[in-house]
Design a protein around this ligand. Structure first.
Ligand code: ADP
Ligand code: MG
Length: 294
């Protein structure tokens, strides 16, 4: 027997490096008319590196001390920024203190207790500090260079700021162009990161619609807004913070290689080859298969 078109489309998508979880997904991929891309780990490689260590004057910490504190707190987190911090500490051979009571707030940061003190590591816009002034200057300088600034608080007081930089995926620009041609509209960038860093990156790939500083529920609200207008949204993401948006979108695709378990479970399809360019390829594939079905 010949294979039904949508089943061959699943097999073809697999050859392109995308695992679609059902024939229905293959059908839906071809219907999308707006694409929302996450930034960290989706548009970028997701292997960011620590580039700057700025201990707060008067904190009593040097660069190594600041990094060790941040890494001890980030240790259990699977966020790409957390892995960058832990990796930087490992490269410098730093000994990490034992942290207890780890908690994480998706799209904001992490916290733990070290030596009886509360350490928070995360977004400068999301953490409330007693005094931001000195740290604020460092944050702004880093963000103006397109970097992600990560604030470290010790019992609510700024202990310093880390600068982290990530590279665009090599196929990001071509993928954005292909998706723009397919849907007739440039993709939108949805990110929890700061506006300055996000715009810096978006401009390099031809994205002008940038929604920054979003929490997971804000990404959902953006998707639901478009769907309420009758649009069919394709969300592409990798993180725990993307899972609610992946679930609420018409179709959700997760980046498989560095993606969080929750994102992979929630998405309708998974990119297993770790190339962004597989996405326009499978959208086009789905459209061809649909023409055969109807
Ligand atoms: P994106 O949407 O670009 O993938 P996220 O929503 O995962 O970004 O994160 C948004 C912001 O929250 C980050 O830019 C960072 O400031 C902060 N953040 C989230 N998790 C962490 C973490 N584990 N360590 C440090 N900062 C974090
Ligand atoms: Mg991400």
């Amino acid at each position: 027997a010949t294979m039904p078109p949508l089943l061959s489309a699943i097999a073809n998508a697999g050859r392109h490096g995308v695992l679609a979880k059902s024939a229905v997904v293959m059908e839906r991929l071809g219907q999308v008319d707006i694409v929302a891309l996450d930034k960290t780990g989706t548009l970028t490689e997701g292997t960011p590196r620590v580039t700057d260590l700025c201990p707060q004057p008067g904190s009593g910490l040097g660069q190594g001390g600041l990094l060790a504190l941040a890494a001890a707190t980030e240790h259990p987190s699977e966020h790409p920024l957390a892995r960058a911090v832990v990796q930087a500490a490992r490269e410098r051979g730093l000994v990490l203190a034992e942290a207890t009571g780890f908690t994480s707030a998706p799209g904001a940061g992490v916290a733990a207790t070290i030596d009886g003190r509360t350490v928070q590591v995360g977004s400068p816009a999301r953490l409330t500090a007693t005094d931001h002034s000195e740290a604020g200057t460092a944050v702004q300088a880093l963000e103006e260079q397109g970097r992600t600034a990560v604030l470290v608080l010790l019992d609510g007081v700024p202990a310093g700021v880390l600068g982290i930089a990530d590279r665009l995926r090599p196929d990001a620009k071509a993928t954005v162009a292909a998706l723009t041609a397919l849907t007739g509209r440039a993709p939108v960038l949805l990110t929890g990161d700061n506006e300055r860093a996000a715009r810096h990156l978006a401009a390099e790939v031809g994205i002008t619609d940038v929604r920054a500083g979003l929490l997971p529920q804000d990404k959902v609200a953006a998707v639901q807004g478009w769907e309420a207008e009758g649009r069919r949204v394709l969300v592409v993401g990798d993180g725990i913070n993307d899972a609610p948006a992946l679930a609420s979108a018409h179709t959700g695709i997760a980046m498989g290689k560095a993606g969080s378990d929750l994102a992979l479970e929630t998405a309708d399809a998974v990119v297993v080859r770790d190339e962004l360019a597989t996405i326009p390829a499978v959208v086009a594939l789905s459209r061809r298969a649909r023409r055969l079905v109807v």
